[in-house]
Design a binder for this molecule. Structure first.
Ligand code: ATP
Ligand code: MG
Length: 603
């Protein structure tokens, strides 16, 4: 069985790329002031916190033997004040860092989303959309913890560690050296599992992406699934992908869970060694080790291993984060293939002459869909494009809107190569109605207007009237303010087409492209629509793709597309006279209509 795209893992990067972190730093730097404040709070509180074991030591070794009650009280009050300061700092830190973390995530998500908006159709052709979504939503979210607390915690932990080592040395050098013996063991463990751990997280992110892609696809295809009773099979596929995801997760956390116990074991062994050696040395005169020293020292050991433990788990989240960052930056770096040329001009107001000169195009390398296509449409002409399914009709109009770049040849509008002007200035002057009319969640009014703020409500209604959509819209419970769902599931196919049609008209385009605009609309409405449209099309160049030939008879010329090129071109009458493919196509529809009419009159 051929593997589906959701089954194919994305390519993993081999090397741990420090540049990813450098780029992330670019997002963190704008928040450096707040972070410095937090860092100061954390460092000051942990430095003060370090003093408390020393207070114990002083109480044990000095105040208690001397019966100095006042001293004990002073140390007790100081310890309480320090704890209070610690609490306040912690509270401020949590608040500020959560804000910083969310701020960074917002910028990252914004960048990835705005970039996605600019990526060409071909990017979306190549991969399941669920895999794109998972980057914007889940991966970015997963960085949240790392960014909001991880970085500050790591810096404070590192500083803590330095403080602790300093204090430990200041109390007793020999005991400190014993304690530090545990570190090389830990390092060895980290180095040994590092590579595997990184790979495990990468695989996990891949499996999550696959699962997401499948879920997204299943939701989009739910109607077909239920119509073909494929629920069980789909649950099976889901089960497999979800299991893969779980297994990958279990492998990845195995390494994470290895770290905690390793640190614990090392810390237990070093603590034991310190007790044994400490007490042995305490017996000897002049060793400088007292009960107070030993108590203070063991308190420091406890604190010594805590930051190491958190550093180890930070290291783990860093590895996870990098596997996500790779994907996020990969998306942001994806070249906008339909990018405006350096110094691209604005398209001047379009007059309407359209030329294709030797246009060759392929979606995938080696499979040419159009081969050296040539035609010219003069200003104001209506051009009909017909031909069998998959012939390349939609492709021609896709190239005209520059949704894809041609492989060779030129597409000219008013003699200007469309690759020399900005896509924005080009597309704002064109009205495109695509074959799959997409409806967005929102009101009908918003859907027709679709972000075009300059358009008044009256203009929307006028456009709707032109395409005969006004009546059915007014019949809905709230008229133009009726809410429709994403994909327009409340509307019939024909109604969706009419709304998209109105949307295309609204921009007052000089070039109008209608791809199967009326294929789902009943013939009666279509005739009415045609009348309104004929007036509207005057002075505009329009390209009409239709399988129903009755709609295009009046076109200035008709192009019959097949086998990668224009097979026949001419007016309806001319093509009928040629008795070629168009003639046969027309006749088959004509015969069909005739038969239908006869049947009607008989019954
Ligand atoms: N995004 C794509 N990636 C790869 N190949 C594509 C893509 N879109 C279309 N094709 C291929 O290009 C050819 C032309 O497709 P096109 O959509 O232009 O056909 P069409 O003439 O509009 O057909 P229809 O009448 O069914 O709408 C088809 O053979 C199709 O397989
Ligand atoms: Mg098509």
């Amino acid at each position: 069985m051929a593997r589906n795209k959701y089954d194919v893992d994305e390519v993993l990067e081999d090397k741990f790329d420090v540049n990813q972190l450098k780029r992330l730093a670019g997002y963190i730097l704008p928040h450096k002031k707040v972070m410095l404040v937090v860092l100061f709070l954390m460092l000051s509180s942990s430095a003060l916190g370090m003093l408390t074991p020393r207070f114990f030591m002083a109480v044990m070794d000095k105040c208690i033997p001397a019966g100095d009650m006042k001293g004990i009280i002073i140390y007790a009050v100081l310890t309480t004040l320090i704890s209070l300061y610690l609490c306040i700092c912690l509270r401020i830190k949590i608040k500020l860092m959560t804000r910083v973390g969310q701020g960074i995530i917002h910028s990252l998500r914004y960048d990835i989303f705005t970039h996605l908006q600019e990526l060409p159709f071909s990017y979306y052709d190549e991969r399941p959309h669920g895999k794109i979504q998972v980057r914007v939503v889940n991966y970015v979210n997963n960085l949240s913890d790392l960014l909001s607390n991880g970085i500050i915690n790591t810096i404070t932990d590192l500083c803590n560690l330095i403080f602790i080592i300093f204090f430990m040395f200041s109390i007793n050098v020999r005991l400190t050296l014993v304690c530090l013996c545990g570190l090389p063991v830990l390092f060895t463990v980290v180095v040994l599992i590092k590579k595997k751990q990184r790979k495990a997280w990468q695989i996990q992110s891949n499996k999550q992406s696959n699962l997401n892609a499948y879920i997204a696809e299943s939701i989009n295809g739910i109607r077909v699934t239920q119509a073909f009773v494929r629920e069980e099979e789909n649950s099976g596929i889901f089960n497999r992908l979800s299991n893969n995801c779980r297994d990958a997760w279990m492998v990845a956390v195995k390494y994470l869970f290895l770290m905690g116990p390793t640190v614990d074991i090392i810390s237990t062994f070093t603590s034991a060694a310190i007790y044994v050696l400490g007490i042995t040395w305490m017996m000897k005169p002049d060793s400088g080790i007292t009960v107070g020293v030993l108590i203070a020292f063991t308190a420091y050991i406890g604190r010594f291993w805590t930051p190491i433990n958190t550093l180890a788990s930070f290291y783990n989240s860093l590895l996870t984060a990098i596997s996500y960052l790779e994907r996020i930056f990969e998306t942001i770096d994806e070249p906008v293939r339909i990018k405006d040329k350096e110094g691209a001009k604005e398209m001047p107001p379009i007059q309407g002459k359209v030329e294709f000169k030797d246009v060759t195009f392929s979606y995938e390398e080696g499979v040419e869909i159009l081969k050296k296509v040539n035609f010219t449409a003069e200003k104001g002409q209506t051009v009909a494009i017909v031909g069998p399914t998959g012939a390349g009709k939609t492709t021609i109009v896709n190239l005209l809107s520059r949704f894809y770049n041609v492989d060779s040849g030129e597409v000219l509008i008013d003699g200007i190569n469309i690759e020399d002007v900005t896509t924005r200035s080009l597309r704002t002057q064109m009205g495109v109605m695509m074959q799959d009319s997409f409806i967005f969640g929102g009101t009908i009014m918003d859907n027709i207007r679709y972000g075009n703020k300059e358009v008044s409500d009256e203009a929307v209604v006028r456009a709707a009237k032109t395409v005969c959509a006004h009546d059915f819209i007014m019949n809905m419970e709230n008229g133009y303010d009726t809410q429709v769902n994403e994909r327009g599931s409340r509307l019939s196919q024909g109604q969706r087409q009419l709304i998209s049609f109105a949307r295309a008209l609204l921009a007052d385009p000089k070039i109008l492209i209608l791809d199967e605009a009326t294929s789902s609309i009943d013939t009666e409405t279509e005739i009415l629509l045609q009348q309104g449209l004929n007036k509207l099309l005057e002075g505009r160049t329009s390209f009409i793709i239709a399988h129903r030939l009755s709609t295009i008879k009046n076109a200035d010329f008709i192009m019959y597309i097949d086998h990668g090129g224009i097979k026949e071109i001419g007016s309806h009458e001319e093509l009928l006279e040629q008795k070629g493919d168009y003639y046969h196509l027309y006749m088959s529809q004509y015969d069909f209509l005739k038969e239908e009419k006869q049947e009607e009159s008989q019954s």
